[in-house]
Write a protein that binds this ligand. Structure first.
Ligand code: DGL
Length: 280
């Protein structure tokens, strides 16, 4: 796959286990509308949040390979679980063999960076999937950047299934939204800033806001990831010049096209054309 003489040019790849990455794609496109994007949702195998390290790594590597095959010079893992469990191994062990001239970036570092100036109490909460919480990736990043911040996390295993099944506005969702927020605030009542550490959660934001005390600031990742990508492309012209710029966006799913179309249109408020693929 490696081709050092004729560098691959193509769209920026955006990968998520399902629909959550669409919340990141939307913000990235608002800030960087000139580029082409290729979104891949592994909807057939979502959720990743409760899967083992090995499985998330394997699935994520398959997705990166596919997006490389389709010409992406840069892939964003728009999924905290994949960023937590697979990014480092892919960057360190796989990229040198796959193609050392391309890049794979995640969403945890840019989110962690954003936190420092936002919290006054220096007590920050994290709501995320079980996998992201267990990986302690946020804790490690935040400790490196802001050692004075106390981070307390709570896993929300039922939020992604609620979202993937279009139940995020239903009354049934209230119980689990309230439950996980209360669990977190019982662990640390001094929290003044709350990271929504899963790219699916902005879809639940109305309910999360409803059940979170008003003095607590909610941090959704999209804008921070978009800013960080903009900055990255500015600092890395060798990657930037390989990203094509016709303002196009294409979608791939491992589920059926009908199913993706129906839900993605709901999340993006527009009709999308999608192609079904298999990952292996
Ligand atoms: N949206 C993903 C994240 O940011 C993962 C959800 C899942 O597949 O469990 O963690």
């Amino acid at each position: 796959m490696m081709n050092l003489m004729y560098p691959i040019i193509g769209p920026i790849g955006i990968f998520d286990s399902g629909y959550g990455g669409l919340t990141i794609l939307e913000k990235i496109r608002q800030q960087l509308p000139q580029y082409d994007y290729l979104y891949l949702g592994d909807n057939a195998r979502t959720p990743y949040g409760t899967r083992s390290f090995e499985v998330v790594y394997e699935f994520t590597l398959q997705a990166v390979r596919k997006l490389f095959e389709l010409g992406c010079p840069l892939v964003i893992l728009a999924c905290n679980t994949a960023s937590a469990k697979a990014l480092r191994s892919i960057q360190q062990n796989d990229l040198p063999y796959l193609d050392p001239t391309r890049r794979v970036l995640g969403v945890i570092r840019p989110t962690a960076e954003s936190i420092g100036p936002l919290t006054v109490s220096r007590h920050v909460g994290l709501l995320a999937t079980e996998g992201t919480v267990r990986s302690q990736s946020y804790l490690m990043e935040i400790q490196k950047l802001y050692p004075d911040i106390t981070l307390t996390a709570n896993a929300c295993p039922l939020w992604v299934p609620l979202i993937e099944n279009n139940e995020f506005e239903s009354e049934g969702a209230d119980f689990f939204v309230r439950k996980y927020i209360n669990q977190l605030l019982e662990k640390d009542p001094q929290i003044d800033t709350l990271i929504l550490g899963c790219t699916h959660y902005p879809l639940l934001i109305r309910k999360i806001r409803q059940f979170t005390p008003p003095h607590i600031r909610l941090v959704a990742q999209g804008e921070y990831v978009a800013c960080s990508l903009k900055d990255y492309l500015h600092r890395h012209p060798e990657i930037e010049e390989r990203c094509t710029t016709q303002g196009k966006c294409q979608f791939l799913t491992t589920e059926s096209e009908e199913k993706f179309q129906e839900s993605a249109s709901l999340f993006l408020h527009q009709q999308v054309k999608v192609r079904s693929i298999t990952l292996e």
